[in-house]
Design a protein around this ligand. Structure first.
Ligand SMILES: Nc1nc2c(c(=O)[nH]1)N[C@H]1C(S)=C(S)[C@@H](COP(=O)(O)OP(=O)(O)OC[C@H]3O[C@@H](n4cnc5c(=O)[nH]c(N)nc54)[C@H](O)[C@@H]3O)O[C@H]1N2
Ligand SMILES: Nc1nc2c(c(=O)[nH]1)N[C@H]1C(S)=C(S)[C@@H](COP(=O)(O)OP(=O)(O)OC[C@H]3O[C@@H](n4cnc5c(=O)[nH]c(N)nc54)[C@H](O)[C@@H]3O)O[C@H]1N2
Ligand code: SF4
Ligand SMILES: [Mo]
Length: 830
């Protein structure tokens, strides 16, 4: 063993003996290793005193801001927004600057590890033992080869959360085909924001998040989305917010939420609605836009004689109305909308009809006007119907594909990868194709609309239905902490062979049999096509600022290396893929014919600039006519067929107020939601089914601006920056209306117990008189029992607890989105 390897191994060994404490007696034992950051590897890698700037993108949220990473003497010391990146424009949100704390997190895994303690549990010391990458890959591939020989390859599952592009999560498809498992991969979409996507699929045929032209909109309704806290891309939204609120005319903003959040506080108006009732508000706005003649006639169409016949409670004859780019308006009106008056909505939501009318008039008389939404309205059992009612407002205002409106994101001009998996299928792969359902039962009759149902996986495994898994690999997801009814995952992970790839000792890692630590984002090579942004295509590259400071690598390389060790043609396929870098070099060849606006035309220039993008967006709707970009302007008028193929992808080629997508599974919806099958297609009011029976309080656990998904728990600065809002440096407070607290004898600062059907967690209270008295709010951030020394509270009294331990695993039957915000609870002094 050479000196460097010996040093590394010794260092890892020391870390191992401390890591046990994370799960056990507290993480304080790790303190001795904070200095172990500058290894001989990096110290030698750079000349003294030189500062190097490399391109990367931030990892703290899905906004994907381009960053310039400053490295001197092999040490990363600053991260700034990249002025050449169209999302960052030289700026970052506060989380962006915290990247060095992830890189130099003292609790990171220092290399691959094997568990020696066969028992698993929160208080079990995994007994980590360092192993080499070769040992780890051989063992994992050996187990997969064994499963394949026994006809059990479906019992291997990949679970993933924040996937980035073809060089990581993009590898799953081929893996599933070649290995022969339907469970590659199960993504966290159904625990994330699938509801808004499915509402779009149901109405305009695009199962996707939207791109938005915020800067040109003059009116915006925000339904349950943390526009100034979380909505994507957060940093760019803050830049646009400044423009929206200072331009003339200023963009008028109304926020609809269930608690006072920063977005609401910054808005012109707000509607403080009852949880799960957004659909009623949106329907009432639509109702008023029709009765007052405020719909966009160029897009929607009009009565043939121009005389408005929409009157509350009265039906309209279909032939009297000529629709243009929408489908089913009169049916929708007659079967649902005619009775959805603002005063009806008041009775459902508690929001005064007068306020709804004011908002509807403003929305109906301002152009461009858009309605956006995210998890608030959709994380309920009626989520897709709430979402459809909201999205219908975008058709009524005519902002679909219009200036100041909504688009869909274009993808980058990537070239093909090094090999085609179809050429490497062996007998096992062919035989397993379609043989078994997925463990989560997504894409089956149980969940006919959904591609992923991660939160069902542990429950199904534990019940042995449809079967039990034997092995699972986790990438950037930690459902044992983030999924509803999280403890179900502890049971499953105790029974199977678990591989975790997190750089950090999170909860999944504590139940792992092998840990393959990924390099942090500042040390790795990775591509990342943009999340829906402004519509035109863009893709960024993570360029390692330094060599990995520990014995770590990219997740993509782990997949490829394990793949090479699979017997038969699969191994051959992965030898052709070779490495993440080889894959990226191949796909970057697609830029040669389509150079980016910044001149990026190959892998090297992509590395140098960090981003490839090509403006403009290719399509635009203006006054009811769709145009395509012809290289110089939006000059080419599109036919109805072209619009259907490229933009409005429904069966009718129109924005559907009577959804053919939902009507395709009418029996399922009737059974699950009790809606008569003839009515399932309409955006409509559906009563939410709250869990928790007669318990009095709604329990909401939203994100705050400093939450970095499940990754900020061990970054005390993230919490410290917003102390006045959420609490101390490693704690978040439960926000409670003072009257709600006093009724229960609870004082500001008291320790309390939150009780649901599943159990209790504890928290400290902070009074927030602006919230709804029937809704208590625990910002989502803390409650970890692993993840590092700060996340676990360094031996303090570990409050708050994890809200997902008391969140029931109930999902919207259409989108499959876990209903995180629908549970009702009791509150009492602890
Ligand atoms: N800072 C930060 N930004 C992030 C992330 C992060 O972790 N941190 N994560 C990213 C991810 S993965 C996602 S999916 C997005 C999610 O982005 P959002 O959906 O915007 O985030 P949430 O905080 O889950 O929920 C938004 C709002 O819904 C409200 N709400 C709850 N119930 C209801 C209801 O019934 N009606 C209404 N109208 N409102 C309700 C909550 O009070 C909250 O203000 O954010 C992304 N951006
Ligand atoms: N109560 C409540 N629950 C929620 C939410 C909420 O608002 N409230 N939000 C929901 C939403 S929107 C989402 S998207 C899910 C997210 O839930 P998950 O899919 O579980 O994702 P994260 O919580 O981001 O988990 C990230 C995991 O990846 C690991 N990790 C961090 N950095 C890296 C890296 O560079 N490489 C690798 N390989 N691993 C890394 C972390 O250690 C952690 O274990 O949570 C959902 N759960
Ligand atoms: S908005 Fe998201 S990606 Fe951008 S700097 Fe902030 S955390 Fe990073
Ligand atoms: Mo999410």
């Amino acid at each position: 063993m050479n000196v460097l390897k010996a040093l590394m191994t010794r260092r890892r060994f020391l870390q191992v003996s401390g890591a046990a404490g994370v799960a056990g007696a507290g993480a304080a034992k790790l303190v001795g290793f904070t200095a172990a950051t500058s290894t001989p590897k990096t110290a030698g890698a750079q000349a003294r005193g030189q500062t190097r700037v490399t391109k990367n993108i931030c990892h703290q949220c899905p906004a994907r801001c381009g960053i310039n990473v400053y490295t001197t003497n092999g040490r990363v010391h600053a991260i700034y927004g990249d002025p050449g990146n169209p999302i960052a424009n030289g700026k970052l949100c506060p989380k962006g600057h915290l990247g060095t704390y992830f890189l130099y997190d003292p609790d990171r895994f220092k290399g691959p590890m094997r568990r020696t303690n066969p028992r698993k549990g929160r208080n079990e010391d995994p007994g980590w033992e360092p192993i080499t990458w070769e040992q780890a890959y051989d063992e994992i591939a050996g187990r997969i080869n064994e499963l394949r020989k026994n006809g059990e390859s479906h019992k291997f599952a990949h679970f993933y959360g924040r996937g980035w592009g073809p060089s990581d999560a993009g590898l799953y498809g081929a893996w599933g085909q070649l290995i022969g498992t339907p469970n590659s991969a199960i993504g966290h979409a159904s625990m994330c924001a699938e509801g808004s996507k499915r509402a779009k699929a149901a109405t305009d045929g695009n199962n996707s998040y939207n791109a938005y032209d915020y800067r040109n909109t003059n009116c915006m309704l925000i339904f349950g989305a943390g526009f100034l806290e979380a909505f994507r891309p957060y940093n760019k939204i803050m830049q646009d917010w400044g423009h929206m609120r200072s331009k003339s005319p200023k963009t008028r903003v109304t926020t609809i939420d269930v608690r006072m959040n920063p977005t609401m506080a910054a808005s012109d108006r707000y509607l403080m609605t009852k949880p799960g009732t957004d659909g009623a508000i949106a329907l009432a706005i639509a109702h008023l836009m029709l009765t007052e003649g405020l719909w966009e006639k160029d897009f929607v169409g009009d009565f043939r004689d121009g005389r408005n016949r929409f009157r509350a409670g009265q039906t309209v004859r279909a032939f009297e109305f000529e629709e243009k780019w929408t489908h089913g308006l009169v049916d929708w009106w007659n079967n649902e909308l005619k009775d959805r008056t603002p005063s009806w909505a008041e009775s459902v939501t508690g929001v005064p009809a007068r306020e709804i009318i004011e908002v509807a008039r403003e929305f109906g008389t301002t152009r461009p006007a858009m309605a956006i939404m995210e998890r608030g309205p959709t994380a309920h059992t009626n989520g897709v119907y709430n979402g459809m009612a909201i999205h219908a407002l975008n058709a009524l205002s005519g902002c679909m594909f219009a200036k100041g409106g909504l688009f869909y994101q274009m993808g980058p001009s990537y070239g093909p990868g090094p090999a085609n998996p179809a050429d490497y299928m062996d007998d096992i792969a062919n035989e397993m194709r379609g043989k078994y359902p997925r463990i989560d039962m997504a894409r089956t009759e149980r969940w006919p609309f959904t591609a992923h149902m991660m939160q069902e996986s542990a429950r199904n495994h534990n019940a042995g239905d449809p079967y039990k898994l034997k092995m699972a690999m986790f990438f950037s997801t930690n459902p044992i902490w983030t999924a509803p009814d999280a403890p179900e995952w502890e049971k499953m992970l105790s029974e199977i062979f678990v591989i975790d790839t997190s750089p950090f000792p999170g909860e999944t890692a504590m139940f792992a049999d092998i840990v393959l630590p990924e390099s942090t984002y500042l040390e790795r090579l990775q591509d990342s096509p943009t999340y829906p942004f402004e519509g035109w295509p863009m893709t960024a590259l993570r360029v390692p600022a330094i060599d990995p400071i520990y014995d770590t690598t990219e997740f993509g390389n782990m997949m490829i290396e394990i793949g090479k060790r699979i017997e038969g043609p699969t191994g051959e396929y992965y030898r052709r893929i070779d490495s993440v870098e080889n894959l990226l070099r191949h796909i970057a060849r697609g830029f040669a014919d389509n150079p980016g606006d910044n001149g990026v035309n190959d892998f090297e220039s992509w590395k140098e600039k960090g981003v490839w993008y090509r403006k403009p967006y290719h399509w635009r709707q203006h006054r009811g006519v769709f145009y395509e970009w012809d290289g110089e302007g939006y000059n080419r008028v599109m036919s109805e067929e072209e619009v259907k193929e490229k933009l409005i992808k429904t069966a009718s080629g129109k924005f559907e107020f009577k959804s053919s997508h939902l009507e395709g599974h009418a029996d399922y919806i009737q059974r699950e939601l009790g809606i008569p099958s003839a009515r399932v297609g309409y955006p409509q009011w559906v009563e939410p089914k709250h869990t928790g029976g007669n318990r009095p309080l709604h329990f909401v656990t939203p994100k705050t601006p400093l939450t970095a998904e499940g990754r900020s728990g061990n970054i005390p600065h993230a919490i410290a920056i917003q102390q006045p809002i959420v609490g101390g440096n490693d704690r978040t407070y439960l926000e409670v209306h003072p009257q709600t607290a006093r009724d229960r004898g609870i004082r500001d600062g008291d320790r309390v117990r939150i009780r649901s059907d599943l159990g209790t967690i504890e928290a400290y209270v902070r009074f927030v008189p602006q919230h709804r008295p029937d809704t208590i709010v625990l910002p989502y951030e803390h409650g970890h029992w692993a993840q590092g020394r700060w996340a676990t509270g360094q031996g303090r009294d570990r409050t708050p607890g994890n809200p997902n331990e008391i969140t029931a695993n109930v999902s919207d039957p259409i989108s499959g989105l876990a209903c995180y915000y629908t549970g009702k609870v009791d509150l009492e002094r602890a």
